[in-house]
Ligand binder design. Structure first.
Ligand code: NAD
Length: 248
C-alpha cells in the first residue's frame, strides 16, 4: 500500500526553532500535517505564522511526563493519528567546563530534557503507532554522543544516552512497522550555539574535516529520507551528519 505524505501526521518537538523548525517546514512542504511542540510558546506562535499550513502548536515541556501526555492527547483528539516523531527539543547546558566543574543541577537539567524527554516522547507516541503498525521515529542525538566533546560532559553524556535509547527501541519494535533511528550532527548554525562560549564552538567546528558547518537544508533532507516510508530496512541506527568527523 502506498503511504502518501499528505495522509501523515508528524510531531516535531523543538519545532519552534533551528533544526526542529527546518524539518517541520520541509515536511509541511511535502503535505504532511505537522504538530509543533516546544517549551517556547512565543516561538511556537512565530513558527506558526511562518508556515502557511497552520500547524497545530502545543506548548510542551518534553521533560515532564504530564506535559508530554497532554500534548499527545491533544494531537490524537484533533488529528486521530501519529505517523512520525521528530524529536529535536534539546539544550546544551553549561559547556566549556571540565567534568569536575559541572554543576550537578545542570547535569540533571540537560539529562531531563535531552534524554528523559526523548524517552517520554517515544513512550507516548509508540502505542499510537502500534495501533496502525506503522511509525517513523527520529531522535536528534549528536556527534558528541558518539565521540564525547571535551567541555561538554552533561551534553555528550545525554546524547550518548539518546543513541543507546535508539538502538534499544529499534530492536524492541523491529518486528513491527515502526523504525527508530537517530541523527548525529556536528555543528549546525542555530540559536543553541548562542548558549555556548565561542571557545567551545571553535573546538567543535575545527574538528570537522569538511571545514564548514552543516546546513539546515542538509539536516532536513536527511531527516526527510529517514522519516519516509521508503526508509523501511533501517532501524536502531545513528545517521552521521558530521562533515567527515565520524568514521564509524
Ligand atoms: N545546532 C547544532 O550544532 C546541533 C548539533 C548536534 C545536535 N543538535 C541537537 O539538535 C536539536 C535541536 O537543536 P537546535 O540546534 O535546533 O537548537 P535550538 O535552540 O534552535 O532549538 C531547540 C529547541 O528546543 C526547545 N526546548 C528546549 N527545552 C525544551 C523542553 N524542555 N521542552 C520542549 N522544547 C524544549 C527550545 O525552546 C528550542 O526551540 C537539539 O537536541 C540539539 O542538541 C544541535
Amino acid at each position: 500500500m502506498t503511504r502518501e505524505w499528505k495522509d501523515q501526521v508528524a510531531i516535531i518537538t523543538g519545532g519552534a526553532s533551528g533544526i526542529g523548525f527546518a524539518v517541520a517546514s520541509k515536511l509541511h512542504s511535502l503535505g504532511v500535517q505537522t504538530v509543533l511542540l516546544d517549551l517556547d510558546s512565543d516561538g511556537l506562535e512565530k513558527a506558526k505564522l511562518k508556515l502557511d499550513c497552520q500547524p497545530l502548536i502545543i506548548p510542551t515541556d518534553v521533560s515532564e511526563a504530564s506535559s508530554v501526555n497532554a500534548a499527545i492527547r491533544a494531537t490524537m483528539a484533533k488529528l486521530s493519528r501519529i505517523d512520525i516523531l521528530f524529536n529535536s527539543a534539546g539544550i546544551a547546558g553549561q559547556t566549556n567546563l571540565k567534568g569536575h566543574e559541572v554543576d550537578a543541577d545542570d547535569f540533571d537539567r540537560v539529562y531531563r530534557i535531552n534524554l528523559k524527554g526523548s524517552f517520554l516522547m517515544c513512550k507516548a507516541v509508540i502505542p499510537h503507532m502500534l495501533m496502525r503498525n506503522y511509525g517513523r521515529i527520529l531522535l536528534v542525538a549528536s556527534i558528541s554522543g558518539k565521540e564525547g566533546n571535551a567541555g561538554m560532559t552533561a551534553y555528550s553524556t545525554s546524547k550518548a544516552g539518546v543513541i543507546g535509547l535508539t538502538k534499544t527501541l529499534g530492536k524492541d519494535y523491529a518486528d513491527t512497522g515502526i523504525t527508530v533511528n537517530a541523527l548525529a550532527p556536528a555543528v549546525i548554525r542555530t540559536p543553541i550555539l548562542g548558549t555556548m562560549p565561542q571557545e567551545q564552538i571553535d573546538y567543535m567546528t575545527e574538528k570537522i574535516p569538511m571545514s564548514r558547518c552543516g546546513t539546515l537544508s542538509e539536516v532536513a533532507s536527511m531527516a526527510t529520507f529517514i522519516l519516509s516510508p521508503e526508509a523501511s530496512f533501517t532501524t536502531g541506527f545513528c545517521f552521521d551528519l558530521s562533515g567527515g568527523r565520524a568514521t564509524y
